[in-house]
Design a protein around this ligand. Structure first.
Ligand SMILES: [Zn+2]
Length: 261
């Protein structure tokens, strides 16, 4: 079955993108958001494709060919902004309407990211052509470029680093509203960012205080980015499901292979 939607994780491989800071690179944040949405649309039984699932380089030609040839009607192209600004932006084609972009802006705002603007842009020398190739070269696919926030704005950057899942989910919801698809929130919902629990907080699922050395070990996994969901901190003495163990090993592997480059 052809997908209805294709998700584009912007940049990748040798192209890190411009939305980088000390906490993240744009290409990795785009990929995390995109993989999250890809999994969510699958959960919602919405036929979905994606331009990349790993840190590979895609030329503009290869990327737009994937979108054009996907058979999808819609494309969400995920990006992180930079250059001095605050808030999200959604950019639509001159041959489209602002409706989807407006819904995205509203949902991101409801998830805690204000909107800076939604807009279209043409080539300076040709007002009949879109400025961005993701609009210009993707044929009849309705593509919206989503800039989730500014990597060089401290508020946006912290929001993205700590709460990117909620922002990714906001766009899943926006799509369901726009394309009239059934939406169900994720279960459990993405956790609210919360402070690290104290060293003997008795919420480990066993009713006993957790010794500090256990906290140190678990906290290290979070600091290194191997664990991201706060739920694990609340159940320190419970076994991890196999998929979570696999995820930790995969993240470790990716980190090690990054260091080799
Ligand atoms: Zn970008």
């Amino acid at each position: 079955m052809s997908p209805i939607l294709i998700i584009d994780a912007g940049h990748g491989g040798i192209d890190p993108g411009g939305g980088n800071n000390a906490q993240f690179t744009e290409k990795d944040m785009n990929l995390k958001i995109s993989l999250y949405q890809y999994r969510r649309f699958q959960e919602l039984n919405i036929p979905v494709a994606i331009t990349r699932t790993t840190d590979i380089t895609l030329t503009a030609e290869a990327r737009t060919a994937k979108v054009r040839e996907s058979g999808a009607r819609y494309c969400i192209s995920n990006h992180i902004n930079s250059g001095g600004g605050r808030g999200s932006e959604a950019i639509y084609s001159i041959y489209s309407t602002p409706t989807f972009s407006r819904i995205i802006a509203e949902e991101l705002k409801a998830a805690g990211m204000p909107n800076r603007r939604i807009f279209t842009r043409t080539l300076p020398n040709n007002p009949k052509l879109d400025y961005y190739y993701m609009h210009r070269e993707t044929g009849s696919v309705e593509t919206v470029i989503v800039e989730y926030g500014f990597a060089d704005n401290a508020q946006d950057a912290n929001k993205l680093a700590s709460d990117w899942e909620r922002l990714a989910e906001a766009v899943v919801r926006a799509f369901c509203i726009y394309a009239k698809q059934n939406y169900r929130p994720p279960s459990p919902p993405p956790p609210e960012p919360k402070p690290t629990p104290g060293p003997t907080k008795p919420e480990n699922g066993g009713g006993q205080p957790v010794p500090e050395w256990k906290h140190e070990a678990i906290n290290w996994l979070y600091e290194q980015g191997f664990l991201t969901d706060e739920i694990w901190r609340q159940q320190m003495d419970q076994p991890l499901p196999l998929w979570a163990e696999a995820l930790i090993i995969k993240r470790l592997y990716e980190k090690l292979s990054q260091q080799e480059k």
